[in-house]
Design a protein around this ligand. Structure first.
Ligand SMILES: *Cc1c(COP(=O)(O)O)cnc(C)c1O
Length: 496
């Protein structure tokens, strides 16, 4: 399987090259040349498989340049780091409504589903590409990618990782998770501005030949742990399959039945993986795209215009505080009939004019699969509270956005009997004060008091990795402006 750029660069690359490079030289994102399919027979075979076996089978369809046995043992090692025997358990909370819990990994957010595996894909990919230099991973994070990437890459041979996060754009727990990170090859820097400023600055380093040259002189090649990297996307396809297979094997759906997913969305990576699963033949009917107050995607699905000329809100679901959803580029590329010139033009318009539109014909095709909606701050609180009262289930604020959309959908479509899987992206203890407030109405200033009280209110198990943060020393506390990131990068690679 080869990969091509959404913006039309002529060169095709292998899976290993796509993962090592992260971003195509023309600034586009790598997409598979075509979608591999999973037949009904293959799906049936997967019923008996463990999660790592399912993962290896699906990954190998895209990454057939990787060795199957190697992939399988990497998947087994990655998912053995999860706190639950099943890394992606499905919980039924009502008739026809399920929660897919993706937060049982080392950092308690769904990013672990891919970032526990990415180091293997990248290191092996470098060997396959004959790369002799060390690898520098740069990541811009809205909170959860940074920590998951740091945990995944810490002390990895031949790799250094530097994470940039928006100074005031992440939760206290997220910040503490990153700034206390151990490992000899890691760095964490706060950037003045919001996530979009941070992501734009990091992307500009990736697309600069000058930066690449100077890093090469220092003995490094650049790679990305952000969800623009196909190595992030591919492992996320797996849990859409596994949720479907779990519904099938527990007899909750019949073979071939279609289901819906509702996904809390920021950079559009998670939900895009669901779309890829659908293109591979998984019977998914609709994908509901949930946003918070930063509802640029909601408007896009309604109007066909993607317009970032709007206020940016800091919300209690900070990992979704994003205006430029990078992976949407892959989606509009597909719905344009894989028109790379048009995709490049639209991305140029977005950079220049801050908006672009798809055609009416494209929008109606998109609407057959996707719809969007959002939860404002009060609605997040109400939804988390209602679900807790009605079912005893505690969800985090991001998952609350998706649940609000699912509830709205069934309000509007009372006769719809299609099963809905709401994707849960973070452990509630990652946002303890906000979840505590939603569940009990209590306001506490301190995150660890929040954890204690949330535990008292819900009896939900506290992840050790979060509880222990209290006593960990802070190692990183530097803040820089967005135009100074490359200086930070050069300093970081020169340190030992
Ligand atoms: C990253 C993240 C999201 C958004 O996922 P995307 O793939 O960027 O759309 C939602 N919720 C949480 C908790 C996250 O960490």
């Amino acid at each position: 399987m080869f990969f091509i750029s959404t913006r039309g660069e002529n060169a095709k690359v292998t899976g290993a090259q796509a993962i090592v490079k992260g971003l195509a030289s023309d600034g586009g994102l790598y997409v598979p040349e075509s979608f591999p399919t999973v037949s009904a027979d293959e799906l049936r075979d997967m019923l008996q498989m463990s999660y790592p076996e399912r993962a290896a089978a699906i990954l190998h369809k895209f990454l057939d340049d990787y060795d199957m046995a190697g992939l399988l043992s990497a998947c087994e090692a990655a998912y053995a780091r999860f706190a639950s025997p099943d890394p992606a358990p499905l919980v039924k909370i009502d008739d026809g409504v399920y929660i897919l819990e993706l937060f049982h990994g080392p950092t308690c957010a769904f990013k672990d589903m891919a970032l526990t595996l990415l180091p293997y894909l990248l290191r092996t990919g470098c060997d396959m590409c004959g790369i002799k230099e060390k690898v520098l991973i740069l990541a811009a994070t809205s909170g959860d990618t940074g920590k998951a990437a740091l945990e995944g890459f810490k002390d990895a041979d031949g790799v250094k990782i530097l994470v940039f996060y928006p100074n005031d754009g992440v939760s206290k727990m997220q910040k503490l998770q990153m700034c206390t990170q151990d490992g000899s090859n890691v760095g964490v820097v706060a950037v003045k501005g919001n996530f979009d400023d941070c992501q734009t600055a990091v992307k500009s380093i990736f697309s600069s030949a000058e930066c690449a040259k100077r890093l090469k002189e220092a003995g490094y090649v650049l790679s990305s742990a952000n969800s623009i990297n196909f190595g992030r996307l591919a492992p996320q396809i797996v849990y859409y399959f596994s949720a479907y297979l779990d519904l099938l094997s527990s007899g909750q759906i019949e073979e071939g039945a279609e289901i819906d997913f509702c996904v809390p969305t920021g950079n559009f990576g998670n939900i895009l993986a669901g779309y890829y699963a659908k293109r591979m033949g998984l019977p998914i009917r609709r994908l509901h795209c949930a946003s918070n107050l930063n509802n640029v995607l909601t408007d896009f699905f309604k109007t066909g215009t993607y317009d970032i000329r709007r206020e940016f809100y800091k919300t209690t679901a900070p990992s979704m505080d994003i205006l430029v959803s990078s992976n949407l580029e892959r989606m509009i590329f597909e719905f344009s009939g894989r028109n790379a010139a048009l995709t490049a033009q639209r991305m140029a318009e977005l950079a220049r004019d801050k908006h672009y539109s798809v055609t009416g014909a494209e929008l109606s095709k998109i609407g057959e699969v996707f719809d969007g909606g959002f939860a404002n701050e009060d609605e997040i609180v109400e939804t988390v509270y209602d679900v807790f009262c009605d079912t005893g289930y505690t969800m985090d604020t991001h998952t609350g956005c998706a649940m609000k959309l699912a509830v709205d959908w069934f309000e509007k479509n009372k006769k719809d009997t299609t099963n809905m899987v709401v994707v849960a992206t973070a452990n509630p203890y990652k946002f303890p004060q906000d979840v505590l407030y939603a569940v009990t109405g209590n306001d506490v200033r301190d995150s660890f008091k929040g954890i204690k009280r949330l535990h008292a209110a819900t009896a939900m198990k506290v992840p050790a990795s979060l509880a222990s943060l209290k006593d960990k020393p802070v190692r990183f506390n530097k803040t820089v402006s967005a135009d100074k990131l490359f200086d930070e990068v050069l300093t970081f690679v020169s340190e030992n």
